[in-house]
Design a protein around this ligand. Structure first.
Ligand SMILES: N[C@@H](CCC(=O)N[C@@H](CS)C(=O)NCC(=O)O)C(=O)O
Length: 220
């Protein structure tokens, strides 16, 4: 077993699992991926040994550190394994990056409910007025960060950072449901969706769904 273990849920649906997984992949950190199927009768029992909150993601490091919650895991990884490289350089950029991650992490309940990440979905959905407001706020975050801080690359703060890890699930949902975005926000979303690890997460999520469908059909 490797020093680092990341426990995640179904790739098709588990938006919170994607953030730390993407950070580890982007920094080429060696880790064991432990997948637990969500929403099953035995999910809590399976998560019990890994996660005090009985939710994913959860991280285990060297058998003596357990970290749960996506944002805490990304903070820990950046501090312990990446020498702080998970965040942009410069106090002002870091403060903004932390603010947008915290906002993403604590807000947008409606978006998560009405347009949940589902890598296999491809359906145009007209957003309600309230949902349009949330989409507009994300559009404003993306456009503003790109304009102010994005000069050194295609990511939110130029080079890849934890902020992009938290935007990736939203980008996948926006792609699935056909969000209408401004030019700068759309360009950022497309760059993020082009990331090879985001693509591979999406493909694996879709594959999982196809296999679950086949399993259900063979039971029925
Ligand atoms: N705030 C947590 C949220 C974690 C969360 O809600 N995870 C979902 C999957 S994406 C989960 O484990 N659900 C299982 C359950 O609620 O039983 C984080 O950022 O990690």
């Amino acid at each position: 077993m490797k020093d680092l273990q990341l426990v995640i849920g179904n790739k098709n649906y588990s938006s919170w699992s994607l953030a730390p997984w993407l950070l580890l992949k982007m920094y080429d950190v060696d880790f064991d991926e432990v997948q637990v199927a969500l929403y099953q009768d035995n999910t809590a029992e399976k998560l019990g040994p890994h996660s005090p909150s009985l939710k994913v993601p959860a991280l285990r490091h060297k058998d003596d550190v357990t970290v749960w919650d996506s944002l805490s895991i990304c903070e820990y990884l950046s501090e312990e394994l990446l020498l702080g490289a998970g965040w942009p350089t410069g106090a002002k950029r870091r403060a903004t990056a932390r603010s947008v991650c915290a906002e993403m992490h604590s807000e947008f309940a409606l978006l998560r409910r009405e347009w949940p990440m589902n890598c296999s979905a491809s359906v145009r959905m007209k957003p309600s007025r309230e949902l349009r407001d949330e989409i507009a706020r994300i559009d404003a975050i993306w456009s503003c960060c790109r304009r102010r801080y994005g000069e050194n690359g295609t990511y939110l703060f130029g080079r890849f950072s934890i902020a992009d890890c938290f935007m990736a699930p939203m980008a996948l949902a926006f792609e699935s449901y056909g969000a209408e975005l401004s030019g700068d926000a759309r360009a950022y979303m497309e760059a993020l969706l082009d990331n090879p690890f985001v693509q591979s997460w999406k493909r694996q999520g879709q594959q999982e769904e196809r296999s679950a469908g086949v399993a259900l059909r063979s039971v029925g």
